[in-house]
Design a protein. Structure first.
Length: 202
């Protein structure tokens, strides 16, 4: 656990094994931004925050075990914060579906299907952003997570393909109560004949 106040930079005291880790952060102020930084001090991975009505964020990030993880915190001078980095073991199973609030990280181990997501916004027009992180080999090139939901409005909802597990499902945007349901994949739509096909009986 790492705790402090105001803007700060810090590095973990030990190098964690290669793999995904959870990054939990909590803060007191209205403005908070957390990023991992590389060896040269440049922003590497955005880990949330930034003018949220809630005061807690959970994200997942990949660690290559090249050097101890380093982070940059930006917030108000009088704001206090706590950051916990831990293993992804023990995260909730997605199963056939689940509900939650704000940010979360889940584990999908089932077959490919369809993910139906819906957000009940906390206020006004909010967004729902859900991403999938696939397993990686240490040293393999970094890959961007794939989108499982990306919608906004007064009643955000989305329906997208869910790849076969295992993969980590990260809810990065979801200010309010959300639900995720796993459905069997829809059968492919039968291609209807065009005008000339109908004309000649094809």
């Amino acid at each position: 656990m790492y705790a402090g106040g105001g803007d700060a930079r810090f590095a973990m005291e030990e190098t964690v094994p290669p793999g995904y880790v959870l990054v939990d952060s909590a803060w007191t102020g209205d403005s908070f931004d957390l990023d991992s930084i590389d060896w040269d001090g440049r922003d590497a991975v955005s880990l949330g925050g930034a003018f949220r009505h809630h005061r807690f964020e959970r994200r997942v990030m990949w660690c290559d075990n090249l050097y101890p993880l380093r982070f940059r915190v930006r917030c108000g001078d009088l704001d206090e914060w706590v950051i916990v980095i831990r293993s992804v073991r023990g995260v909730r199973e997605l199963g056939t579906g689940t509900t939650g609030r704000d940010s979360e990280v889940l584990l999908h181990t089932g077959p490919a299907g369809e993910l139906v997501s819906r957000l009940r916004p906390a206020k006004g027009e909010d967004s729902l952003d859900v991403r999938a992180h696939r397993p990686r080999r240490p040293g393999a090139p970094a890959t961007y997570p794939s989108a499982l939901a990306l919608s906004h409005g007064r009643d955000p909802r989305d329906r997208r393909e869910l790849p076969e597990g295992p993969l980590l499902v990260e809810v990065t945007e979801g200010a309010g109560e959300w639900s995720l349901e796993v459905h069997e994949p829809r059968p492919p739509e039968e291609k209807r004949p065009g005008f000339w096909g109908r004309l000649f009986g094809r």
